[in-house]
Design a protein around this ligand. Structure first.
Ligand code: FE2
Length: 328
């Protein structure tokens, strides 16, 4: 694909070659030596239609080498794209607002991995696009690998055709035990109060119901039952089936012993359990098919959340500070 003259497409060894001859993700660098973030904002505004079509075609764009230094620079970049903001209501991950549209990415301990997921796939209206920004570059580890969702669907259908038929028919149901307050040691550790932005159990129930979620109150905690939700979605723009579910993040069993958390579980919508061998193969395919590009300070990664899943590798050598912004 021809690049617009303000950008040049760069090749990195970690990109994944696709059947159509493109590389995943697209990586763009500036053709100018501008040092002000405002120049990048202008370029984004001018080329927005082209950038949007590139995002649809390639699934994700890494902007590398642009003058994005601070969280407020990143906020300006996000605003230059002018996608509507998504409020983080009903999310399971602990996050803090940094400035305006910019939040910390998941605050769970950085030496822990976070498995692949579409952001907020467990909600009826997940974000369509995600921005990530590298404010502090990890010394070793801490990548944010990404993988094309339709590839997971195709590979899993080859390996487990019967299970995939059942999953398409019944969807998946997710169960999470949440405390009153956040548990920062878990990547799904938000308490119900911050999940539903209230101290009032009735209000929490109303908000949960709007998202297709049931709450069962227990002593000092609540059982949050989400779904069943469809596990496979057809992406309207591409017409492809996508692996749009939270199986890898929510599953708790031998396959996820090392990376899984203890406060969530997942089952088929009809109550059948998900076999461990399915999840084992899923994790394998995810690793084989993903692109894991080490972060560089100033990187901005734009992800089509409807067609691409992301994850987090454990940080081996600090520091690491990755910020995020979600779009409707
Ligand atoms: Fe995420």
């Amino acid at each position: 694909m021809a690049t617009q003259k303000s950008f040049r497409e760069v090749e990195l060894p970690e990109q994944k070659p696709q059947d159509d001859g493109t590389l995943f993700p697209a990586v763009l660098s500036p053709n100018t030596t501008a040092t002000e973030v405002s120049a990048f904002e202008d370029v984004i505004r001018t080329h927005k239609p082209w950038l949007e079509s590139l995002l649809l075609k390639r699934g994700a764009i890494l902007f590398r080498g642009f003058p994005v230094v601070s969280p407020s620079d990143f906020n300006s970049v996000v605003k230059a794209f002018d996608f509507p903001e998504l409020s983080y209501s009903g999310g399971v991950a602990p996050r803090t607002q940094v400035v305006d549209r910019v939040y910390t990415a998941n605050e769970s301990p950085l030496d822990q991995a976070i498995p692949f997921h579409h952001e907020m796939a467990y909600l009826p209206n997940p974000p369509t696009k995600l921005f990530f920004f590298c404010e502090e570059e990890p010394r070793i580890g801490g990548e944010t690998p990404i993988v094309l969702s339709h590839i997971l669907y195709e590979k899993m259908k080859e390996k487990h055709p019967e299970f995939i038929v059942k999953m398409e028919e019944h969807g998946l149901k997710y169960i999470k035990i949440a405390g009153d307050d956040d548990n920062p040691s878990s990547y799904t550790g938000t308490g119900w109060k911050s999940t539903y932005k209230t101290d009032d159990k009735n209000i929490a129930e109303e908000r949960a119901a709007k998202q297709g979620t049931k709450l069962e109150w227990m002593e000092n905690s609540v059982k949050i039952i989400l779904g069943p939700f469809p596990a496979i979605r057809v992406d309207e723009m591409s017409g492809r089936k996508t692996w749009f579910n939270s199986l890898a993040v929510s599953y708790c069993g031998p396959a996820t012993e090392k990376t899984g958390n203890q406060n969530t579980s997942v089952e088929l919508g009809n109550g059948d359990s998900v076999g461990d061998e399915v999840v084992e193969d899923l994790l394998k395919v995810m690793e084989e098919e993903c692109a894991a590009i080490p972060w560089k300070k100033g990187d901005v990664l734009l992800v089509n959340n409807l067609t691409v899943l992301h994850s987090r590798r454990p940080l081996i050598k600090p520091p690491r500070r990755i910020l995020a912004s979600l779009c409707e």
